[in-house]
Write a new protein. Structure first.
Length: 151
């Protein structure tokens, strides 16, 4: 493993770079990431949180934990969101390492159940996630798969 996983709260100086990286990957407004990351850095609550996989000072993967990932099941919270690994690093275990890290870190913060909304099937199961139900994403024509992870 030539990369390290970091919590944004441990390296707040990379907030702007991280917000820009997530914005480029997902197309969610940059300001939405900045606001969430500011809230994370204020450390008033365990959610939101942001995590990055960094190799040679370059972000190669990341994910966040927010209350709701733009879906109709507000009761299923908090949500792992924005899971992304750079294409050249896919298949190297980066997403799995991030998922493992976030589950352990959130458990330390007193949150042992996490949810994740995705269109992927079979990917998250290999990391201990279980299909939970279907949920309707905002502006999405079809429901997506909601997964649960209990630590």
């Amino acid at each position: 493993m030539n990369y390290k996983i970091i919590r944004l709260t441990d390296q707040p100086e990379i907030k702007d770079e991280a917000a820009e990286w997530f914005h480029e990957k997902w197309g969610i407004p940059l300001e939405a990431y900045r606001e969430s990351m500011e809230e994370c850095l204020a450390e008033k609550s365990p959610v939101p949180q942001w995590y990055l996989a960094v190799e040679n000072s370059a972000i190669i993967g990341g994910l966040g934990v927010i209350e709701n990932d733009f879906h109709d099941r507000k009761d299923l919270a908090p949500n792992v969101c924005a899971v992304y690994t750079e294409e050249r690093k896919r298949g190297c275990g980066v997403a799995g390492a991030l998922l493992h890290y976030v589950c352990a870190d959130m458990k330390e913060k007193g949150i042992s159940t996490l949810y994740l909304l995705t269109d992927h099937s079979s990917f998250y199961e290999r990391y201990g996630w279980e299909f939970f139900c279907m949920a309707q994403g905002e502006g999405e024509p079809e429901p997506s798969r909601m997964y649960i992870h209990r630590s």
